[in-house]
Design a binder for this molecule. Structure first.
Ligand code: UDP
Length: 330
């Protein structure tokens, strides 16, 4: 049986494709290449260029391949962009996911892994690692668009022969340890990507968004997780569902947080140089602090992270950023 990866040309999706191939799976990719790259998709995967909401194309994919599982990455991921364009986010993340889920049900695909996000939590009421059972109160249209998809999956699983795993990603960074993929979009806005690009002189300077948060140094605290550990959690989720495990929503983070200033210090140390940083206003939609309690993923998926080290994450992100420079990949 094959696994269909939506958004397989994107940052996390392209790592997922490599991890599936490494694990001996057959892989089919659908990506409309709006932010992903054709070259980022492993050549061993069968590729369809198109939209997950194109029901005719989805029927074709399901009829041409023996697919038992979908891993759904395709979507938009920038919190402030979602504040500026909420309807665009609901269209791309919620409406298109609804269409994909309907196509999956129609084709009788039993297993579905969904890229959810820590943004479904908003700012937790207590400043301690968040468990899956707390109230879900997203603070951005991005978080709401993902939560609505989780709700559709839950209700679909109650009504049909359909099992899902929603993995709530914390802050994903770093690159494939074998150097086959990394964060490649010049437009990416995520902290470690931007800091590495600035350290390497590819961006002239960068901003710290908000220094007056109720955190130890006034900047936001996040739980940064290596992309390779994250995709391994997806493999574990597939194995669990195929073995008869039920539906699940689980955090993917390490359980400890770093402030924006701590991340920037770590990038300076790993790169061995200083770089220009300005201090700016808070960014729309940013919660002050969010750190995962990963106990459920460890217990239910048997997930044991291998790359829980901020310096190592930054080293791999810097190496990939340099590789992109040499290859002039964007
Ligand atoms: N951030 C920042 N400067 C940047 C990019 C991000 O200060 O150029 C901050 C951002 O405000 C947030 C944290 O870094 O507090 C993590 O943001 P990111 O966009 O990486 O991920 P998010 O948590 O929004 O998914």
């Amino acid at each position: 049986m094959a696994v269909l990866v939506t958004g397989g040309g994107g940052y996390i999706g392209s790592h997922m494709v490599w991890a599936l191939l490494d694990a001996g799976e057959q892989v089919v990719v659908i990506d409309r290449l709006s932010t992903g790259f054709r070259w980022a998709i492993a050549p061993e995967a069968r590729f369809y260029e198109g939209d997950i909401a194109d029901t005719v194309l989805m029927r074709q994919i399901f009829s041409e391949n023996e697919i038992d599982s979908i891993i759904h990455f395709a979507g938009s991921i920038v919190v402030p962009e979602s504040v500026a364009d909420p309807l665009g986010y609901y269209e791309n993340n919620t409406v298109k996911s609804r269409s994909l889920i309907a196509s999956a049900v129609e084709a009788g695909i039993p297993y579905f892994v969904f890229s959810s996000t820590a943004a479904v939590y908003g700012t937790p009421e207590v400043l301690e690692p968040v468990t899956e059972s707390v109230n879900l109160k997203p603070e951005s249209p991005y978080g709401s668009s993902k939560l609505m998809t989780e709700i559709m999956l839950r209700d679909t699983a109650n009504a049909h022969d359909f099992t899902y795993t929603a993995l709530r990603y914390f802050n994903v960074a770093g690159a494939d340890p074998k150097g086959r993929s990394g964060q490649s979009s010049a437009l990416a806005t995520h902290l470690i990507k931007v800091a590495c690009a600035t350290a390497l002189g590819k961006r002239q300077s960068m901003s710290v968004f908000g220094t007056d948060y109720p955190t130890p140094d006034g900047t936001c605290v996040r739980d940064y997780i290596h992309v390779w550990d994250l995709v391994q959690a997806h493999l574990k989720a597939l194995q669990r569902m195929r073995a008869g495990g039920g539906s699940l929503a689980a955090n993917c983070g390490y359980g400890h947080g770093f402030s924006v200033l701590e991340v920037l210090d770590a990038v300076r140390k790993v790169h061995g140089s200083d770089f220009p940083v300005t201090f700016a206003e808070r960014r729309a939609g940013d919660p002050a602090m969010i750190v995962a309690n990963p106990a459920l993923a460890r217990q239910e998926l048997g997930w044991v992270p291998q790359y829980d080290d901020l310096s190592g994450i930054i080293r791999s992100a810097l190496d990939w950023e340099q590789h992109l420079t040499r290859k002039n990949a964007y």
